[in-house]
Each structure stands twice: as structure tokens, then as C-alpha cells.
Design a protein around this ligand. Structure first.
Ligand code: ADQ
Length: 754
């Protein structure tokens, strides 16, 4: 009712005012029409009387004229008539001709005309019609008509008009109320649906109902706001997210919908090798591949890598690409070919004889050759060109992996200024003094600072990098925001601890633990009562394999009771075998194992079993599951995924992890037995603890470690980086729309890194 009144009342008032304004207008209009009618009537009368009047005047019968006029004025509207022969003669007229109406009137109306005058009983219409008769050339007829009927007609019209307006207002109000009610209901229903989130966060409850077009812009804005709110909330409280391939896919869909994701790494996720007449597919032993492959499976995109398998060329298409993984294609691998010289200079030379020892505190001197560096520059350029060629948009998201591509971010940035480049440095970053020995340190830093985000596993590596920048090049370092501004570009330096897929692929943990133990024993010839330790590494001097052998030796020296009761299996994948240092290291590893086995081995038992060969991930997991403890003894390691894999493999909550304090993993897994691998006595003591640890303690420790790896899995690692990239891109877009030059050092400049 109130709604009705709200519509009807103003409408009635408006219509009333309109009617009020219309009345004088209508009066004037009626009068004008009536005057026109009376003029025509006067002309008609003049025409009708012309002949009899002419005859009477010719015969001088003024009485006859009088009689004629009297007979005509019987008409109730015709008040009086008269004839003037000239302006000076008296009129021959009926008795009711007003006395003030003289023939002089003719002077002002030589050609005739009419006027409205006020009579005693109301308005009169006086028409003067020229009527020359005989010699009276100025003769004219006076016709006086009553206009009273017009006034009564005006009153009637006003009455009709009023009634019509009243009706109109009622009808218009009714229609307005009905239409308003209907659209109000629709609007309220639409708004309620919007507030319920239909069409924004979820499908409409009634999919048949079409969304009102006027809601579309509101719905769009709301959806965008909700997305932004969600992602900001996620950024504020990421502990709420359980990261899985599905979460990552959803996040990529929501945050980076339609974005072009390109990964660049030296190592390819799959190698194709010629074996006899067959082509075999092989997964390389690499932490980087272990971490990135699940991501690419989850989000697709293009992975650019060096094609190093002997049959790699045989399986690619015309664009040097192949779709992977073989069993369930999800992403594209684009292979880049290198000549043996390029590979020797860029990969073995500068990357692995120069940067690898430079970044690892393993007391191996880096070797820097300018010819190697020239190859490093050229190969970085080649990969950068491949990124540009593979980019589907001008602003792709490029994930650059590791120390093989320190120069590439800047090269890609120059070609694709809109790209979001996330570079992840998988190995440690040395302190500024150690880094200073690199002859091309400025170029390396400038190259890396082409990235939007530069990631390391742990905060101390971020700190070392920023300190190196501070010591080496002209750049503005913001230690609060942890950003570096160089050449007008900003790079955020962030910590993203890498991890493994969780839960581990089902096929890795399919064989029950007791079966794994039995198989491991059988394969390695280990007797039933012997405790088994495991180490899984690339055969690399940074991994502390020699140190672990010394620890086993020391344990047997200090506690001879363990002789014949414990065997440590070292799986070592040959790595970088063309490098002399690695050849020497392998020789030492073999020699140490042989010496210790010779010293302590007896009756078919040996303390160390060394398996220098590559193993498929399934075999590696079988060893993890079949062992009683895992020993990670790296002298220096960015993260170390073996530690996390061992934890993931132990769904029986058993097994002990001995972990070097110089790995990134040690900061995340305090329940492991932390050791200094250089301290053989301490390591031997840790072995003793591991060998005697009660199963319930093993279970408690293992559960805590498993919970951590489950939560901080590789999907979180990638998701966190990609979310940061998405945030940067969003901020970049906002800034493009509303540019604002922040004062130097103010955080908004962070956005310009995009
Ligand atoms: P890597 O130095 O390669 O990685 P790591 O993290 O331990 O070291 O990963 C090694 C991977 O190779 C694991 O997945 C392991 O299972 C596998 N592997 C080792 N030996 C193998 C063998 N014989 N056969 C088959 N597979 C084998 C670099 C950095 C690390 C960082 C990772 C990821 O040096 O610090 O954790 O990248 O960022």
C-alpha cells in the first residue's frame, strides 16, 4: 500500500498541475476556433443577403431591409444586423444593434473584419462584411452574434478535461505500480541471487532463468572483487590451503587464467635413449626435475630444456617438441640442441666447474675460463630466443630454473618487457666475499635482476644475494621489502622452500614395506638380522658421500658390536662424469668403500654397499622403504629432496633420518637427527642413536616430519611463487590504469617489477 501511495500520489499531483496549466490554454483555443466559425457564418449571411438586399436598396425600400434583417435575427445566436451604405450614413439595422455601433466602424475595416466586444449580457462578435451595392461602393454589412454559448462550452470542456486527467492519472498510476512491482520483484530476486553468489562463485540454482542484463556489470565487478578478496585472503592466511595438484590447477585457473606458462631448465624431465634397436624413456636423477615435473603435470604449458638424450631428436616434431609425460600427455617439452663444444663450455665448464663450486662451500676451487663464459652467454641467448619464440602472448609467465641461466632473465626481459619472470636458484648463494672471486659477477647479478621474482630455498641465501648486490653493482636495495632496484626495474628476492609431491605417487608406495625390505636384502645379499641404512645421491662432491663412509667407519671403530650387524647402502647416480673433479671424486668414493669393506667385512657381510648407477624413482623408493635409516650427509645443499622423499616413503611411520645441518631441509625437519658431516664422531654418535631408537620414538618423529612435508609440498612451493606473480601482475595492471609515482623507497614501486 505504501509503495502504491509512493507512486500514485506524486503522479496525481503532477497530472493535476498539468491540468491546471492546460485550462487557460484550452479556453484560448476554443475562443479562437469559435471566432473563426462566427467569421465564416457572418460571411455566409453576407453572401445570402447580397441579392435581396441589393434589390431592396435599389428600390429604396429601407423598411424591406429592416424586415429582412428582423427575420434573420430570429436565430438565437444572431443578435443584430445592420447595413451601412457609407461610413457617414446611419445604419439600417435591427433594434438590438448596440447604440454605440455606428457606420464609422467601417473606416477602420475597409476590407472587412471582426472583433469581440463586451455587451450588456456578455461577449459579442461583431463582423463587418464589405457589401457594395449599386453606387454605395463602401457599403458593408454589420453582423452581431452572441458569444455566450462559447463560455458555456469552455466550462463544459474544462469539466471534461478534469475528468479525463483524473482517469489518466488513475490508469497511469495503476500501470506504473504493476510494472514497478514486477520489476522490483525481479530486481530483488536478481540481487538476492547475486548475494547468494549465483553466477559468481557457483552456478545459478535455476540455470534456465536468464540473468537480468542490468546485473551483468554488477556481477562482473562483484566477481572480480571476490576473486581479489579471495586471493588476498589466501595470501594473508595460506595455512588454510591444502596444496594439491587440484589446488594448484584451480589457483592457476582463477589467478592466471589463460596465462602462458613457460619453464626453462637445462635438464629435461624425460630423456629418450637409444638402447639397441629400441628407444627407451628415462627420468634423470635431478632434484629440480623431481620438483618441477608434478607442477607441469598440474598446470600444462611449455618446458624448454636441453635435448641431451641419444634418441631425443628422433622423437620430436617439426618444432623440436614432444608432448609429455608419455603415459598421460599434459605439457609440451621443447628441446634445444647444443653442440658438444657448447655443452662443454656452458654446462660442464662455466656452470659446473665455475658456478657450482662457487656457490657450494665444499672447498673445491671454482674454475673460470673466458671461453666457457662465452659459451654460457651464447647458450643463455639461445634459450632466451626459444622463450620468445614459444611465448603465445607478450606477457608470459616464465619460470627460469637454476644457475645455468643467470643471464637469461635480463635477455628475456629486453625482448618481452611485459613478461613476469620468476627465477629460482636451486643451489645456495655464497656470501659476498666468496662470490667476489667470479670475474663476471656484475653480469651475473644484472642478468638475474632481469627477474620479477628471484627465489631461494632459505633466507640466508636471499640475504647473501642481496649483500652481493650491495657489494658489487649500483642498485638500490630495500632490506625491509627485500627488493632490489636496478636499471629502473625491481626484483623481489623471496624464500620459497622447495619440496616434493604429496601424497607421493601411489606407484612409489605400492609395494608393502616388509616386501621392500625382503627385496632389498635379496638384491644386496644382506642377511636377515642386519640393520640397513640408505643414502641416495648424485655422485657429487657436495653430497658428503665420503664423509658418510667415514662416519660408518668411525661407528664400527667406536662400537665394534655393530660389525656384522649394520650395512649402509649408497646409491650414487653418476653425474657430470666428464669433469675431472667428479672423476676424482668417484675414484675416492670407490676407494674409500673398498678400504672400509676390506677392513671390517667378514663372512659375506660388508659395512658399505656402493651402487654407482642410475635407478628409476620406483627403485629408489623401494630402498627408502626397505631401510631402517636414511643418511643425508651433504656438505652444503640448497634444500635436498632425498630427505623429504625418505619421509614421504615411510607411510609405516618407521625409519630414522640423519640429516646434515648444512642442507636447507634441516631447517624444516627438526625431528631428524641433525649432524655436521665434517664431524665423524658426531655422525657416528647419530648412527648409534638411529640404530637404537625405539620404534615409538621413530613413529613420533616420523609423523611430525610427514605432517610438515605433507603441508609444505611442492604444490605449495610452485603455488606460492605463482600467486606472488599473479599479485604482481594484478598490481601492475592497476598501476597501468592509475599511474602514481611513489616517493623513492615506498613499497608501491615493488609493483613496477612486473
Ligand atoms: P640435486 O643436487 O640434484 O638438486 P636433491 O635435492 O637431493 O639434489 O635431489 C636429487 C634427486 O635425484 C632426488 O629426487 C633423488 O631421488 C634423485 N636421485 C638421486 N640419486 C639417484 C639415483 N642414483 N638414481 C635415481 N635418482 C636419484 C638441486 C639442489 C638441491 C635441491 C634440488 C631441488 O642441489 O639442493 O634440493 O635441486 O631444488
Amino acid at each position: 500500500m505504501r509503495l502504491t501511495l509512493r507512486f500514485v500520489l506524486p503522479l496525481t499531483i503532477v497530472l493535476g498541475l498539468l491540468a491546471y496549466a492546460a485550462v487557460p490554454l484550452v479556453d484560448r483555443l476554443i475562443q479562437r476556433w469559435s471566432v473563426r466559425d462566427l467569421d465564416a457564418r457572418a460571411r455566409l449571411i453576407a453572401t445570402s443577403v447580397r441579392a435581396p438586399l441589393g434589390a431592396m436598396m435599389a428600390s429604396g425600400s429601407s423598411d424591406g431591409v429592416q424586415l429582412l434583417f428582423n427575420s434573420l435575427t430570429h436565430d438565437e445566436r444572431l443578435v443584430a444586423m445592420g447595413y451601412c451604405a457609407s461610413p457617414d450614413s446611419p445604419p439600417i439595422a435591427t433594434s438590438l444593434l448596440p447604440s454605440d455601433m455606428k457606420c464609422e466602424l467601417l473606416r477602420g475595416h475597409r476590407r472587412g473584419g471582426s472583433e469581440v466586444v463586451a455587451g450588456v449580457q456578455g461577449l459579442l462578435h461583431v463582423a463587418i462584411e464589405p457589401l457594395p451595392i449599386g453606387t454605395d461602393s463602401a457599403g458593408a454589412l454589420l453582423v452581431v452574434q452572441d458569444m455566450g454559448y462559447i463560455q458555456s462550452r469552455g466550462a463544459e470542456t474544462r469539466r471534461y478535461l478534469f475528468v479525463a486527467f483524473v482517469w489518466l492519472s488513475v490508469v497511469v498510476s495503476f500501470i506504473t505500480v504493476v510494472v514497478a512491482q514486477l520489476s522490483w520483484r525481479g530486481w530483488v530476486a536478481g540481487m538476492k541471487a547475486l548475494l547468494r553468489g549465483e553466477g559468481l562463485l557457483r552456478e545459478p540454482v535455476n540455470p534456465g532463468r536468464r540473468e537480468a542484463p542490468e546485473f551483468r556489470p554488477i556481477a562482473r565487478d562483484l566477481a572480480r572483487l571476490i576473486r581479489e578478496f579471495e586471493s588476498e585472503a589466501r595470501e594473508r592466511d595460506e595455512t588454510q590451503i591444502t596444496w594439491s595438484p587440484e589446488t594448484l590447477r584451480r589457483m592457476l585457473h582463477g589467478e592466471l587464467q589463460g596465462e602462458d606458462v613457460i619453464v626453462v631448465s637445462n635438464r629435461e624431465p624425460y630423456l629418450h635413449e637409444q638402447c639397441g634397436g629400441r628407444i627407451e624413456t628415462r627420468r634423470p636423477a635431478s632434484g629440480l626435475v623431481t620438483a618441477l615435473e608434478p607442477i607441469m603435470r598440474a598446470c600444462g604449458g611449455t618446458w624448454i630444456a636441453h635435448g641431451s638424450g641419444s634418441a631425443d631428436r628422433a622423437v620430436v616434431d617439426a618444432h623440436d617438441a614432444i608432448v609429455l609425460p608419455p603415459e598421460q600427455p599434459a605439457y609440451r617439452l621443447r628441446r634445444v640442441w647444443l653442440t658438444p663444444d657448447e655443452e662443454a663450455g656452458y654446462y660442464y665448464g662455466f656452470a659446473n666447474e665455475g658456478l657450482w663450486p662457487l656457490c657450494h662451500a665444499a672447498h673445491i676451487r671454482p674454475i673460470f675460463r673466458s671461453a666457457d663464459y662465452a659459451h654460457y652467454v651464447a647458450v643463455n641467448r639461445r634459450f632466451a630466443e626459444a622463450v620468445v619464440a614459444e611465448a603465445k602472448t607478450s606477457a608470459p609467465i616464465v619460470l627460469v630454473q637454476d644457475y645455468h641461466f643467470a643471464l637469461l632473465p635480463k635477455m628475456v626481459r629486453e625482448a618481452l618487457p611485459g613478461a613476469t619472470i620468476i627465477t629460482f636458484w636451486h643451489i645456495p648463494w655464497p656470501n659476498p666475499e666468496a662470490f667476489a672471486i667470479c670475474p663476471w659477477r656484475e653480469d651475473l647479478l644484472a642478468g638475474l635482476l632481469g627477474s620479477s621474482i628471484l627465489g631461494f630455498h632459505v633466507q640466508s641465501h636471499c640475504n647473501n644475494f642481496v649483500a652481493s648486490v650491495d657489494d658489487t653493482i649500483e642498485a638500490r636495495v630495500d632490506r625491509e621489502a627485500f627488493t632490489v632496484s636496478h636499471g629502473g626495474k625491481l626484483t623481489a628476492v623471496r624464500r620459497y622452500p622447495i619440496s616434493i609431491a604429496w601424497p607421493p605417487p601411489p606407484e612409489m608406495v605400492a609395494v608393502p614395506v616388509p616386501d621392500c625390505r625382503r627385496q632389498v636384502r635379496e638384491e644386496s645379499g644382506i642377511a636377515a638380522g642386519v640393520t640397513i641404512g640408505i643414502g641416495v645421491d648424485r655422485l657429487d662432491y657436495t653430497k658428503g658421500i665420503l664423509e658418510r663412509f667415514r662416519a660408518v667407519e668411525r661407528l664400527l671403530e667406536l662400537n665394534p658390536d655393530w660389525i656384522g650387524r649394520v650395512t649402509y647402502i649408497q646409491i650414487a647416480a653418476p653425474s657430470r662424469t666428464v669433469i675431472e673433479e667428479y672423476q676424482h671424486h668417484e675414484y675416492q668414493v670407490r676407494a674409500h668403500a673398498a678400504r672400509i669393506n676390506a677392513q671390517f667385512g667378514r663372512d659375506g657381510w660388508v659395512p658399505i654397499i656402493l651402487k654407482v648407477s642410475h635407478h628409476e624413482p620406483r627403485d629408489v623408493y623401494r630402498y627408502y622403504r626397505g631401510a631402517d635409516f636414511c643418511f643425508v650427509g651433504s656438505l652444503h645443499d640448497g634444500m635436498n629432496l632425498v630427505a623429504k622423499e625418505f619421509v614421504a616413503a615411510r607411510d609405516d611411520d618407521r625409519g630414522v633420518l640423519i640429516l646434515s645441518q648444512f642442507t636447507g631441509a634441516a631447517r624444516e625437519l627438526p625431528e631428524a637427527l641433525a649432524v655436521n658431516p665434517y664431524d665423524a664422531d658426531q655422525c657416528a654418535a647419530a648412527l648409534q642413536v638411529a640404530l637404537t631408537m625405539h620404534p615409538s620414538e621413530q613413529r613420533d618423529r616420523m609423523r611430525l616430519m610427514r605432517a610438515l612435508v605433507a603441508e609444505f609440498n611442492v604444490y605449495r612451493w610452485a603455488g606460492r611463487m605463482l600467486l606472488d606473480a599473479a599479485l604482481m601482475r594484478r598490481r601492475g595492471r592497476v598501476l597501468e590504469r592509475a599511474p602514481f609515482v611513489a616517493p623513492a623507497g615506498v613499497g608501491s614501486s615493488y609493483v613496477r617489477a612486473v
